[in-house]
Design a protein around this ligand. Sequence first.
Ligand code: ADP
Ligand code: MG
Length: 682
Amino acid sequence: MIFHYNGAAAAEQIKKRITPAQQSILSKQGLKNAKDFLLLRPNQYLKRLAHVTIDALPIGQMRAIVGRLQGVSRRVVRKNLTVFSAQLLTENDAIYVTWFNQKYIADQLNRYPYVVAFGKRESNHFDATFQVSSFETYPTLASTGHGQIHPVYPDFKGVSSKTLLLLIRALIQHTNVVDMLPKQVCASEGLVDIQTALQGFHFPTSEQCVAQAIKRFSFDELFLYMHPRRLANQRVKQTLGHFHLKPQHALIRRYMSQLPYQLTGAQQRIWDHLCHDFDTNQLVFRLIQGDVGSGKTDIATLALLAAVASGYQGALLVPTEILSQQHYFKLSERLKDLGISVHLLKGKQAKKERQVVLSALASNQPLIVVGTHALVQESVIFSNLAMVVIDEQHRFGVFQRQLLLEKAKKPHCLFMTATPIPRTLMLTHYGDLDHDTIDEMPPGRFPIKTYFGQPNRIRQVHEFIRLTLNNGGQAYVVYPLIESSEHLSDIQPAIDGFNECIMTFSEFTVGLLHGKMPNKDKQHVMQQFKSNHIQLLVSTTVVEVGVDVPNATIMVIMHAERFGLSQLHQLRGRVGRGGDQSHCFLIAQPKSEPSRQRINAMLSSTNGFKLAEEDLKIRGPGHLLGTQQSGDLVFSFANAANQALMQRVVFWCDRVIQKSSEQSQLQSFLLNQCVVASELLN
Ligand code: ADP
Ligand code: MG
């Protein structure tokens, strides 16, 4: 949060008000310094009611009532259980209260006759009781804080809510909290200053105080998250490219003229952006998102060609071997007439073959290399790497991405993703990247028709498949599991499904593809499917990313309720890649509400962006980005899906960065704050 406080004074208060034992309990819960305490979020707020009758209390809801205890009696039920009962005299009622154990309450009543009793009204009967879960005791009525709203902090065993409250009050009073967010920002955004926010968060006089505090904290939180990213973005913008690429080269013109189609408007626009960056010698650091089948590979190819045409090397990093193979073949085929050498580097590769690739990379020779994670291994040395394209980039950890970049001197980088990212997440998670969207499909594509059916409809689906295969088409049937599993006995595994399809489709060739097969077998099966020697491919989600067989027009997803929305969309995207109408069948028995929502979303839209927004609503940002990349997207106060707010935060970040000389105080505060975040910048 964007404020300063006196650390020494804070440490003194903490020492004074909580014991070392309590400190150790709290620090295990992540409460270590004053900031942690100041931002500790109460579980709820309760008004302390002195003027209250039992009839006015709702049943079963937590309340705090204030009064004197009278006529305490006890009953020992068994060794560790004593039940106390008493009258609690409020200003206008005598409420019958009970509690368990907590003998010290009765013992303290001489010195501290007033109590705040936290509990719930139990029954609706004539003899209604108030069951107390905890007490605070006070010497006078005035000291109970009656009539006020008090926070109830999480229950840390051994540290009462009262102790925390007193500590937090002292911290607010004695640590000289200074607001670092410029007044201008507060005024424009309708935010309260930090003192008001902290006061209102812990000692509210109305619900509105709490809402205002949370609004302010959300802003600060997003600002602190975005600032280093925007700074990185600005820095990249100001960095000159180390490698000067020449996109107007004859090689690229020749490639364009031999393409069997014209670039779509969106492809052309993105290529123009890249050319502009190349021409102005700006470092390219750009994320390209485009729905499955929108033709990202063409952009990748052009970018790699630009490197080769300019005398450098280009690398295409992909997440799976199947995909590396596919890209390798496609690039080799398209580029062979241009005399460009294309290499493939993968995990399991004959030593000699690998050596040839490695020495080519280490030489100064211009070339393109396609590879999996194998590309980031230490033994791989690039002599002249000017362009890195990372396909399906969400499949890679930030770490791997980093490793590859470190192998070269500031290469240009393109990140490709087919997981459409809602605009909000785009702004936050990829705040450091420029981005472009391929928002247009190649011409002549029909939107895929999607159907939902219970498992008992599978025969009809099979007949539909048969008709298509008879007409020379091909189909996928995808299962969630390879083999049967004890825990998931009601799920038919792919191997079973494969055997079943062999019988059902005896007149055709049926193939099986799954992640546990040796890579060589996988490639063989894919090759057979591509060349239509296999007509029906039974598979697991290994076909999820990137696989491109335009002749396949049917996708059947078995147990569709088991897949996430983006997975379903990716799988569906394997079809609809040619000029024929494609169909997707979701076979499922959805039992939970989210699984029903996912299937409905699939039926109602083929637009990946809409689905991503939907997924964000159903599951939140963590699932959307994959845990690898979203760990830092967990906010305590802010809602990551609030796009309007995010846009304003970005606006202010950019503004603060641009006017850095005027905002020097804030600037240096931010730089201190962002020691951790700054690692991200380097
Ligand atoms: P993705 O964006 O999912 O990576 P691909 O690059 O694999 O998509 O392209 C999908 C299919 O569309 C490929 O078969 C490709 O050859 C074809 N394609 C790409 N661009 C065009 C275009 N401009 N016109 C026609 N077909 C295209
Ligand atoms: Mg692709």
